[in-house]
Design a protein around this ligand. Structure first.
Ligand code: NAD
Length: 447
């Protein structure tokens, strides 16, 4: 079910454009802390200005290609009918099909999905893979829903989007609150609608259904590769390097596991239930077993440690800080309390625009989200390639190719920052926007 007002394609100097501009500038009326959309906008504006992006291209890239709101009826286990609100935003297909996860969470909003869709465009461009950007979300609390309810919600959401999705159109993946099983349901529903098994319509699937080896670890591995590069750049040693990770889901737990195996000392952990700090370091496989297999609260982990809030863990002394949970954790109010040398963003948007300048003034080396967590979409790209070829790679091949792409992207961004005297975040945006703008100019505008 599409909301007609939200379906408009880009316009230029006409009434629709002006109406949209007015709507969106209401959102940029600078409250105390900006929301994710405003943060994404502020970085885009700053990078576009520094690039000297011409006005028409600026307008084209500022707004999504299209967005849809859906009202999704789901029969609940208790016999009642519930209606959930869902979104899909296709930000850009300039460099390839849309690519971006589906988020199931109670606080999903259209603004958030818009921001995340734009970030996907820039992220795919930073690592130079042939995708545009998209994102989806449904307002729901998956922890309070049964497997059957989640399956029906996923299938109806996918059915509403049949004409939008496709290996050459828009390719979803998991995000917060969704997982391999969700992707299997998306793949099956889409395949039933188009009348053929179409594995390449989603990534992050189970390996048995055309998923890629190494995808589950990919975002965490990409985080580690970026931290390794930063350590080398700053001439530090990774052995015993004190590391704090907020978020112990896919990204946080995989980063913790891989990094501990590589020699880092993980001294701080947190999830939605709170934080835990142990200066002697945690035994990560045991924490994973406690949280993931035994389904126990992280804070009750019996390996010792001081309990604190999930926020406070971010401000403990450490060399490496990895926010890998949710948005807006490091803000204007608390950025001065960060005591890390390297900040590598595993989550999307954990740092606000106002916090950037404070971190810069403290000399924190920041690996921005659109680079730091790009390992996930990079291996999603490998999954899409493997599905389309029907030929699957060894895990070592996946990891080797991921390493090549991440190291190259890190070098490009850091060199760009040094050459143009901007911070790493703005450098990453400038590299990305420039690549998308060049592709756009080569294609030309079909008007
Ligand atoms: P997930 O659902 O697997 O895990 C999220 C973790 O964050 C959980 O441990 C949860 O308890 C914790 N959390 C939630 N709210 C919190 C709070 N207020 N304080 C502290 N912890 C909190 O999600 P994920 O896939 O690991 O994604 C985490 C972040 O990384 C998101 O921002 C997501 O968009 C981003 N990301 C994920 C991937 C991926 O491949 N999974 C790729 C790129 C970016």
């Amino acid at each position: 079910m599409c909301e007609p007002a939200a379906m408009g394609y880009r316009a230029d100097e006409n009434s629709e454009f002006l109406a949209k501009e007015a709507r969106m500038s209401q959102a940029t009326a600078a409250p105390e802390e900006m929301n994710v959309y405003q943060n994404a906008e502020a970085r885009f504006e700053e990078a576009a200005k520094k690039l000297g992006l011409e006005q028409g291209v600026y307008k084209y890239l500022k707004y999504p290609d299209k967005e849809v709101t859906m009202y999704i009826p789901v029969g609940m286990d208790n016999g009642t009918l519930e209606v959930f609100t869902g979104y899909r935003v296709l930000h850009s297909t300039v460099r390839g099909p849309g690519k971006g996860g589906i988020r199931f969470a109670p606080d999903v909003s259209l603004d958030e999905v818009r921001a995340l869709a734009a970030w996907m465009t820039w992220k795919c461009a930073v690592v130079d893979i042939p995708f545009g950007g998209a994102k989806g979300g449904v307002i729901c609390d998956p922890r309070k829903m049964s497997r059957g309810e989640l399956e029906r919600l996923t299938r109806r959401y996918t059915a509403e989007l049949t004409s939008w999705l496709g290996p050459e159109r828009d390719v979803p993946a998991p995000d917060v609150g969704t997982n391999e099983q969700t992707m299997a349901w998306v793949m099956d529903t889409y395949s039933m609608h188009v009348g053929m098994a179409t594995t390449a319509v989603v990534t992050g699937k189970p390996i048995e259904l055309g998923g890629s080896r190494g995808r589950k670890e990919a975002t965490g591995r990409g985080v580690m590769i970026c931290v390794d590069q930063a350590i080398e750049k700053l001439k530090m040693k990774k052995e015993g390097c004190r590391t704090v990770i907020q978020g112990f889901g896919n990204v946080g737990s995989m980063a913790a596991d891989l990094m501990q195996k590589a020699g880092y000392k993980i001294i701080g952990l947190a999830d939605i239930g709170g934080g835990l700090y142990n200066e002697n370091g945690f035994d990560i496989p045991k924490v994973i077993d406690w949280v993931t297999n035994q389904k126990k609260p992280l804070q009750d982990f019996p390996g010792g440690g001081q309990k604190m809030s999930a926020k406070d863990v971010l401000f403990q002394p450490c060399e490496v800080l990895i926010p890998a949970a949710i948005e807006n954790q490091i803000t204007e109010k608390n950025a001065a309390d960060v005591r890390a040398k390297i900040l590598c963003e595993g989550a999307n948007g954990p740092t606000t625009w106002q916090a950037d300048a404070i971190l810069d003034s403290k000399g924190v080396f920041t690996v921005p989200d659109i680079l730091g967590n790009a390992g996930g979409v990079t291996v999603s790209y490998f999954e899409w390639v493997q599905d389309r070829q029907g030929f699957f790679w060894r895990e070592s091949e996946v990891n080797e190719r991921l390493m090549d792409i991440m190291v190259n992207a890190f070098d490009v961004v850091v060199k760009y920052a040094e050459t143009h005297k901007v911070n790493n975040r703005i450098a990453a945006y400038m590299v990305a926007i420039d690549r998308v703008a060049k592709a756009l100019k080569m294609r030309g505008i079909y008007a």
